[in-house]
Design a protein around this ligand. Structure first.
Ligand SMILES: Cc1ncc(COP(=O)(O)O)c(C=O)c1O
Length: 365
């Protein structure tokens, strides 16, 4: 099974899946990241052997030696994407090749083995085939797919591991923010930064999120939904949110978003929004936005809308901004027209309700 890009997956159906009645009850209100499906995919890697033992099996705990490298040195990366019901009974994914490419880039940055991108894509298809009954019906629901990989070698020592385990699990989800699309309040962290130049900000590694949690907790203490990180060097320019990229919409219709300089995650939603906004006739500029400029433009009314974007939250308007010295609103604090129009176009493409001129929708079933 090793070598080449194409792995053979052994399918071992879960002998004791959740009953249809229990599944229906779980799908009625799945929340986000609380409910999991019957199966998982695992693929192993060892130096000198390559990728082997690709299988779909019952989702179950993974026994781990206490000296497993990931528990000590945090060599771990992940991805997140959603599967949707297509209108005709099929199932689709949105730009999964982009997630596969980002997984490779994250693995490179973290000095990990690189799973062939075809195997990544095949793993998604196999899990969806096994767990398709878990995709929620309805306009908000989707099956969130969580591919991840960690250093599974049993050793203590600071060097890249020689063994890795790739795992894919799935979780039926509703809206990321409770209450659907309503503007959120964000907290601009005065103390904590997320990623320095030359660091791991552009990689989707667990360590970035571990480091962000204290800032996210501070945001919640201040009654905010999400934290905004400023840059590490000057503590002045907006990088991104804890789990989303950010866009600013000005009164002349221009959209501005921080550039990809290696300190922020290159979001697939961010990239899609840039394309869709340009198609809708907006100018889109990738440039640094200073926090003082954000405040001044909100005060003058030149800044009309701000929104966060990512797979989990799609496009979420930012209505208020809080920081240690005060607080301000963006326009009237309500959802902006431009944000909501781009959101609608994006969601319609993702859910197969409209044309897909960029070939972003990938049919799985
Ligand atoms: C830190 C961070 N930024 C941005 C994003 C948005 O990325 P994407 O649009 O690919 O989901 C995410 C979510 O994955 C994230 O965790």
């Amino acid at each position: 099974m090793s070598g080449g890009d194409k792995l053979d997956f052994e399918i071992r159906p879960n002998p004791a899946p959740v009953s249809a009645a229990e599944r229906a009850a779980l799908l009625a209100d799945p929340g986000f990241g609380r409910v999991f499906t019957d199966h998982m995919v695992t693929i192993r890697y060892a130096d000198g052997k390559g990728w082997y033992d690709a299988r779909v099996e019952a989702r179950a705990p993974i026994p781990m030696d206490p000296a497993t490298a990931v528990l000590h040195y945090a060599q771990e990366i992940f991805e997140g994407l959603k599967a949707y019901h297509a209108g005709d009974g099929g199932v689709t994914l949105f730009r999964p090749e982009a997630n596969a490419a980002r997984f490779t880039a994250s693995a490179q940055r973290m000095a990990m083995a690189q799973l062939p991108e075809q195997a990544f894509l095949d793993s998604l298809r196999h899990l969806i085939e096994a767990d398709r009954e878990w995709i929620p019906a309805g306009d908000d629901g989707s099956l969130y797919l969580r591919p991840f990989m960690y250093a599974s070698e049993v050793f203590l020592g600071v060097r890249p591991a020689a063994e890795y385990l790739y795992v894919l699990i799935a979780s039926p989800v509703g809206s990321y923010f409770a209450g659907g699309v309503k503007p959120v309040t964000v907290w601009v962290s005065p103390h904590y930064t997320r990623a320095a130049p030359g660091g791991t900000g552009a990689a989707k590694c667990g360590g970035n999120y571990a480091a962000s949690l204290v800032a996210q907790a501070e945001a919640i203490e201040h009654g905010c939904d999400q934290v905004v990180f400023l840059d590490t060097v000057e503590r002045r320019y907006v990088d991104e949110l804890g789990g989303m990229n950010v866009f600013f919409v000005y009164d002349d219709g221009t959209l501005v978003t921080p550039p990809l300089t290696g300190t922020i995650l290159p979001g697939i939603t961010r990239d899609s929004v840039i394309t869709l906004a340009r198609e809708a006739g907006h100018e889109v500029v990738e440039r640094p936005v200073a926090f003082d400029e954000w405040q001044a433009d909100a005060a003058s009314g030149r800044l009309r809308e701000v929104f966060a974007c990512g797979t989990a939250a799609v496009i979420t308007p930012i209505g208020r901004v809080r920081f240690p010295d005060g607080e301000f609103a963006i326009a009237d604090g309500g959802p902006g027209e431009v944000s909501m129009a781009i959101r609608q176009r994006l969601v319609d493409i993702q859910r197969g309700r409209t044309d897909d001129p960029h070939g972003w929708v990938h049919r799985v079933i």
